[in-house]
Design a binder for this molecule. Sequence first.
Ligand code: HMG
Length: 389
Amino acid sequence: MKVGIDRIGFSAPNRYLDLVDLAHARGVDPNKYLTGIGQRKMAVPALSQDIVALGANAAEDALSDCEDAEKASIGLLIVATESGVDQSKASALFVHELLGLPDSMRAIEIKEACYGGTAGLQIAADFVRAHPGAEALVIAADIARYGLNTGGEVTQGAGAVAMLVAENPHILALEERSVVRSRSTDDFWRPNYSAEAFAKGKYSEQVYLEMFAEDWREAESLGLTQVGDLQALLFHIPFSKMGRKGLRSLESVIPITDYERLRARFEKAIIYGQDVGNLYTASLYLSLISLLEQDESLYEGDRIGLFSYGSGSVAELFFGTLQIGYRDRLDRTSHEALLATRQRLNMNEYETIFNDSLVTDGSRQDIEDGDTTAPHALVRIEGHERCYR
Ligand code: HMG
């Protein structure tokens, strides 16, 4: 049975900071951010754009022309995030209500840093294999925050990707065999008491690259890489230079024609992410959307590899095949428009939004709507309860 991604969509905040402005404000050569880090802009979420709102908006995008009968066959909703809004209630339950999904389903939240989206996707694929006829909705949604004036500041971002996983998918059929490894590392983490993540930046890059090399070697020994047949290789993209380093590590390992093909496609796969920043769980999948929408040279039947990395750390290398008609399930025009029509913030506005926070004393806070055109937003918090549009 073929199982994989049948529908896909994304959402991103409607405001951004240009990284040249950030470089000037921080006294850094802009080329460090543009070339050294490889990013142009980062999305800046308002308080109303938490991961529930971003995730639900991504799902509205993915399911925009999905019939009610098909929604009724969704038996599992997973929200993968490391920016959860509650320690107990799953963000999936807020999303479940906002989307009007059927009661007769499971709705859960899962976490393992940026790997969470892939964990969700693989669990969803197993669920569909085990329950013929059922579908699963996976939402990866995050807000990457490191803090003002930190080394990680330039690698912030926010957004969400939603994927419907089904039998006989229209976009990408997933192969069952993959290579995965888990190892406890302290490269990046966010303690419960902190609104910002901590990272050992250079060490985190090193672990990412080591685990990619180990995954690649194991996949090779299992005959999974078949690099001549691999039309593209996607990476978790905390910032585009990181994925580029991953790809470059193969330069002396695989034939040059294969490397050049993968390199050309990599450039297409980072276009959206370079303007949004790190989306943690969703970064790999935004890269997938970018590749599929921006690359005109891929064909149905082409095989692609995906490398997922989550700090802490779990790394999985898996593969999929593009399905007949996959282009009909994409929406390049509206996604380009979403990114092109965002509001550019100045440094003052960015820092004000960054320092904005929700009340924690149980009082009522009406939250300014950061994007009235989006279907869903956090509108109020009162008595410690969240209320969404
Ligand atoms: P930094 O201290 O700014 O690094 O931290 P740097 O000074 O080495 O500069 C970065 C690059 O810019 C270097 O290139 C410089 O040479 C270059 P590289 O050696 O890396 O190829 N550079 C210039 N290039 C052109 N013109 C110039 C110039 N100046 C310097 N004038 C770092 C950078 C990414 C470490 C920092 O931003 C950080 O800590 N970010 C957060 C951690 C992170 O993203 N780690 C990635 C791997 S872990 C991961 O992916 C998981 C994650 O997504 C979380 C999760 O799983 O949930 C983070």
